[in-house]
Design a protein. Structure first.
Length: 95
């Protein structure tokens, strides 16, 4: 994922993990997501998670990762993440 982030153009500074296929996220998984979020932030890339099931979302919230990522980067679906990205880009274009 870091290689993907490094290849992003300047107009694409978000990387969103579609977590639909993640059935269970334990503390080790949350720690890896946190590590990824930090590495991406250092590169100027915002990290988001889409379509995380309720149990895994609870783990992310209890670990404090949701707050450190920004709760606005937790999306109910990949489609919601795309809509948020497009909205953010449109806001930048008019600013």
């Amino acid at each position: 994922m870091i290689e993907i982030a490094d290849a992003l153009g300047d107009d694409s500074r978000w990387l969103v993990l579609d977590a639909e296929a993640i059935n269970l996220l334990d503390s080790a998984g949350v720690a890896k997501l946190e590590e990824l979020q930090i590495l991406l932030r250092e590169r100027g890339v915002a990290f988001g998670i889409a379509d995380l099931n309720s149990r895994s979302l609870l783990m992310v919230e209890q670990a404090g990762l949701a707050d450190r990522m920004g709760r606005d980067m937790i999306f109910v679906s990949a489609e919601a993440a795309v809509a948020a990205f497009n909205s953010a880009q449109a806001g930048l274009a008019t600013a």
